[in-house]
Design a protein around this ligand. Sequence first.
Ligand SMILES: Nc1ncnc2c1ncn2[C@@H]1O[C@H](COP(=O)(O)OP(=O)(O)O)[C@@H](O)[C@H]1O
Ligand SMILES: [Mg+2]
Length: 435
Amino acid sequence: MTNITLNIQQTFAVNSTSRITYVNAGAGTGKTTTLEARIEKIARNTLPWNIIILAFNNSIVNDIKDRLKKHISAKKVDKMQIYTIHAYALKIISKQVKMKNELLDQEKLVKFIRNTWNKYKKLNNYKRQSRTYNEKKTRQVIDIVLKCRENNSYIKQCSKEMQLFYRVFKQELKATKSYDFARIVKVAKNHIPSSNTPQYIFVDEFQDTSEARFNFIKALVGKNNYLFAAGDEDQQILEWCGVKNNNVNKLSQLYKEEFKEYKLEYSYRLTKTLAQKSNQLLRVFNNRISKTLIGANRARGSFNIKKFTSSSQEVNWCKNFIRNLLKSRVKAQDIAVLYRCENMMYSDIANMGIYQSTIHKAKGLEFEYVIIIGVEEGIFPRSNESIEEELRVLYVGMTRAKKSLTITYIDNTMRKLNNHTYIQVKKSTFLDYLK
Ligand SMILES: Nc1ncnc2c1ncn2[C@@H]1O[C@H](COP(=O)(O)OP(=O)(O)O)[C@@H](O)[C@H]1O
Ligand SMILES: [Mg+2]
């Protein structure tokens, strides 16, 4: 690893001799760093194609490639198998399964569910209802089906009606030879070649691995291959698409004495203050035993909460703050503006070259200066979402900051979400937990 001396706990994890290794630790403790060091170590003694790294989305795939190229030759890295789970699953099945129709992406899948539901209602002589009622019900159905796609066991807690419909939905997928991402992963699981699969499997952010993906990885690992995974259950934020699990327990039950868990204590990313504030958030729900982050970053940091009376005042303040940072030679790439919902991006700030994204997409990344905007009731926590999960989303957002964190909100006024939607907002109750 360039410029980094791994600490003793990280070193133990890198040198794990277990077949199944899990690094379970909080934000900024060096999970990804440890995983990379392990890849570097394994790459010394095996052919690069024998190493597979499975990531959640394409931007993480690219990020991993860039990071690895800092300490492993680019030629070697390019020969490693670095894929999103569904891209790799697709690669496996494309040889065996003929897909008649094009792949259903999220948008097409939602349409497919909607159409199938309408057909189902007709076939089963559902009573006519008002448009609003129908739309609300359809949205619930879509929500449930999406969750079930990634998490089969979710259907057990649904109504009889939904259980029946979900069965029909799956038949419809098969009958029309349609594939969504989940089906690709499920089919691929049964087509994994018995030999010539990569022997060393790496998965980061393992807490976000859905049941369907978990089963696929389990099949890849088989009886002889090695799994090295890292994760933090406090950063599990994909419940809305069916990810609700305790993957560490699953691994330990499945692999028993072949399994070993490593914990890391010190967060190199977080300052003492930010570690303490993040811990406060995790403590809100005392039904879970969370880790305690120890901030080891000695940078002189800051933590502020700012209230504004309108979003134009908020954006002006952000622009000013960022302008001053840039003037004092902070690089644009060290600053991030994060928000809870899509559509909250400010074009003025984007023009300054500043990274702006949802917190979900900023997972795994870090910045010197982070501003989280719009921490308001109805937006953050977003209405109708699980409060615990919303807290974890805020935790993920806060723990992106290496040095300075500013949280902003507008109070008792309207927030524009997009061209058609404004909502009345006020200070988020979450901010009470950060005093
Ligand atoms: N042993 C170490 N010494 C110094 N800095 C470290 C060490 N391990 C990790 N870091 C730094 O801490 C930060 C967070 O590491 P990262 O691997 O991204 O953490 P995680 O994946 O657990 O969130 C990075 O800037 C990384 O370079
Ligand atoms: Mg990481």
